[in-house]
Design a protein around this ligand. Structure first.
Ligand code: ATP
Ligand code: MG
Length: 429
């Protein structure tokens, strides 16, 4: 699994780590307990690049503020301080705490500072609840020796298990997003979700409806960007989360999603999954709402779905101009990747055809021989019909029926001057 997750890493993981270790050192020198905590410890133990480094300490936010030149207190009541060390991203430093009640099932109402052990117990999964003293580890080869494990996280890492910390039912009831986090970690790492944890996820799956679409969208984006995306989708379906997320359960096989190339971006993956669920007739609007997609994301996904539909249908009938136009569209590359996952031999034919077309004079998307300015120069009054004439002229250019300015002008003249479509003819010059 060495490479899994590597693409999620920050630009310079070594720098991020050294900043976090500097923070730990400063806190320890001032007499505090300070440790790397959570996801970064898990990832380091697995030989993966952490996306970020978090520090946990017994120092209170005010004390942290006094030790560092530049700090920002993010929601002082959550007890988290961002410490900036020189340039680069800040390191999140959180005072050991237990979470208060979860009356809205999302965020604890309050935090109370607490012991190191209680801080481990408030975390979601055992593999996410480990601490590591990076300074103790500096001159010792056995990194495991300096891991502080209150919840059996090391054993679960070895056994490749996602297990809720404490009573699974309670932990899933407190925060329904944990269900999706469990799936994301299980898929990313190739782990099994432990039996009681899986049962609790199933039990509370319906309540995902109450989680904000931003948070759900964020998790889905991360899962679908990862090479193990099909496993994540399969778990979502198996654990009963498909309807709460997308509005309904639809019987489907993950054909395209599972065959997509590992490095495919989120938009391709979601388009593939939507096509697996609903075929080419799928509407993007419900997904847009459910996952809080941006305008760009939904446009890209809608375009892929539409183009895949054309590739598996009208492609042959498009003719040279139509095929060239389609091949130059923004979503074409993604569509071809998804179509490849659907029907690789047909996709290979499309790819071959596009290579052929790219080889023609001017290629797939040559500069138009004429535009509105030339039509005006020719003496025509601008009007809404300009667009359709220019489109016809450009089609002729793409088809190879015309290849120079003269040809373009004379075709435009013919189209505009025919006078049989209610279009104004040439004015006198
Ligand atoms: P990654 O950064 O790769 O998503 P992570 O485990 O670091 O994984 P973060 O969201 O960065 O996840 O959270 C950092 C740590 O905070 C987690 O490892 C976990 O200990 C704790 N945590 C995060 N979200 C929750 C939650 N919803 N419930 C309980 N603990 C959580
Ligand atoms: Mg993290």
């Amino acid at each position: 699994m060495a490479q899994i997750g590597a693409h999620e890493g920050p630009l310079d993981p070594a720098l991020a780590r050294s900043h976090a270790v500097d923070v730990v050192r400063t806190l320890q020198k001032a007499g505090h307990r300070a440790l790397l905590a959570g996801g970064c410890v898990r990832d380091e133990l697995l030989g993966l690049h952490p996306t970020d480094y978090d520090v946990a300490t017994d120092a209170k936010p005010e004390q942290i503020g006094e030790l560092f030149r530049s700090t920002a207190h993010v929601g002082a009541h959550f007890g988290v301080v961002i410490v900036r060390t020189g340039k680069g991203e800040g390191v999140e430093v959180a005072t050991f705490r237990r979470d208060g009640d979860y009356s809205d099932n999302r965020r604890p109402d309050s935090v109370e500072f607490a012991s190191e052990e209680e801080d481990a117990q408030r975390r979601d999964f055992t593999i996410n609840a480990l601490f590591l003293d990076p300074l103790a580890a500096e001159d010792a080869p056995a990194i495991h020796g300096h891991v502080v494990d209150y919840v059996g996280g090391l054993a679960d890492l070895s056994a490749r298990i996602i297990r809720a910390v404490g009573h699974a039912e309670d932990r899933l009831r407190e925060d329904h997003l944990r269900a999706l986090r469990a799936v994301r970690f299980a898929a990313r790492l190739g782990y099994e979700i432990e039996h009681d944890t899986a049962r609790a996820i199933r039990e509370h799956a319906g309540q995902l409806r109450g989680v904000s679409v931003e948070r759900i969208g964020h998790e889905l984006r991360r899962m679908l960007s990862h090479p193990n995306r099909a496993r994540a989708a399969q778990l979502i379906v198996e654990l009963g989360m498909e309807a709460p997320i997308f509005g309904e359960h639809i019987e489907h096989a993950l054909v395209r999603l599972s065959r997509l190339k590992p490095e495919s971006p989120f938009e391709w993956a979601l388009a593939a999954w939507i096509l697996d669920r609903q075929g080419a007739g799928a509407k993007i609007a419900p997904y847009r709402r459910a996952l809080c997609l941006s305008n760009d994301e939904s446009a890209a996904i809608a375009s892929i779905i539409e183009i895949v539909g054309i590739m598996s249908g009208a492609w042959e009938a498009l003719g040279v101009a139509g095929q060239k136009r389609l091949a130059s569209r923004e979503g074409f590359e993604g569509a071809l990747a998804v179509f490849d996952a659907e029907d690789s031999s047909s996709a290979m034919m499309v790819r071959g055809r596009v290579a052929e077309l790219a080889d023609t004079p001017g290629g797939l998307a040559p500069e138009p021989l004429i535009g509105g300015d030339e039509l005006i120069e020719m003496g025509f009054q601008p009007g809404p019909f300009f667009a359709s004439v220019l489109r016809d002229v450009y089609d002729a250019q793409l088809d190879g029926r015309i290849s120079d300015l003269e040809g373009a002008k004379s075709l435009a003249q013919k189209l505009l001057g025919s006078g049989n479509s209610g279009r104004p003819g040439a004015s006198h010059s």
